[in-house]
Design a protein around this ligand. Sequence first.
Ligand code: ARG
Length: 459
Amino acid sequence: MAMWGGRFQEATLEEFRQFNDSLSFDYLLALQDIQASRAWAKQLAAATIITADEAEQLDTALAQLAQAVAENPKLPLQTADEDIHSWVESQLTQQLGAVAKKLHTGRSRNDLVATDLRLWTKLNAESVKQALLAAIQALLVFAEQAGTDVMPGYTHLQRAQPVLVAHWALAYVEMFRRDLSRIEDALVRMDSCPLGCGALAGTGIAIDRQALAESLGFAHAARNSLDAVSDRDYVVELSAAGSMCMTHLSRLAEDVIFFCSGEAGFFKLGDAISSGSSLMPQKKNPDVFELLRGKTGRVLGHLVAIIHTLKGLPLAYNKDMQEDKQGFFDLIQTWQQSLLVLATVLPHLSVNSAKCRQAAELGYSNATDLADYLVSKGMPFRDAHEVVGELVVVASVQQVALEAMPLATLQQYSALIADDVFAALQLEAGLEKRSALAGTAPKRVLSALAEAKAWFEQQ
Ligand code: ARG
């Protein structure tokens, strides 16, 4: 039965009911609605609106209901109630009769749903954090196992300079660390309790709102009732953090897909995480990484949807806000699942060290090192850049590497070039030079890995 039948004389149109009802998706908030209701019943007793005995009856029945939901999360779907708040109240009424009807005193579904969703969001943000940490850990293991393997680094998807495979993995660790701090940051701001703000103007009951907030695990009570019932910033903030994180996942996936291609061949997917083609027997496809990339689009879509829903809403609560849930639930679920999948599949990804190294040596990726060599001999960098550019043209016409050119030929372009140039053109020499903070020198990468591992241990 609806919670608001009194002033209505006509029956509800079925089509409207179906459009309006939210139980089919807000049933996911059942445990939070029960949690908020238990806290509210205690405060009603403290404010002497209900007796201690009535509060006790409500609390016991609510605890039993929570137990039933924990055992069967889809339980509410077996009824035709309008939303999860109506469901909890109607279950209580069936159990307790008149006492149950006192629970809604001084509260509204507006402050209730705002509280339920915040509780749900806080809880699920913690689960996403754990999934993110699992992904980070898998990347750290991958980096560790890659050791000093070297691969081409790209800009514009053109071979640029060699980098350590571990350096590549640690780049994504950096991104995920920022994502983690974005979640933590959002958690601080969402730690404010709307319950006891009524429909919009505050509750008419002398509730100790700080005590109520703390009993629900919030740091503090919301300061303004109009804002509290209609604030969904936390949904947007976490959706934005999710969108950023999925964007990182998507870029990682794109890198891996390319690295696993026949053209690159740097990484190899294990059979356990690959799929085949129904037609082409030779195929081994990186579906899992394509899905990670693909799911990013849907997460970004949910962010765009919620922010557009909120834009232009007058204060305070409007039914538009019911649209805050489905996309958001899907976003959180997709985000968490994607991170856990990454953590699961990374150990099945192996590096083809020889292929990586071979590719890192191609494409004149030591041209910058030759310019730096000339600089070390006293030539201004601009001039060195010019000279090496000319040499690259000559070498590529002859289809040889810079280090394969005879010393005499090199010297025709600059008399500063001596026999020690060949050591400077070695892959290892180029890597080792990049030893300043954030560089790809093996020693530097090793200490970056140690720092990241130490940080991880602190989490
Ligand atoms: N199902 C509603 C929602 O999700 C609950 C709040 C309803 N409030 C109201 N005044 N109709 O937003």
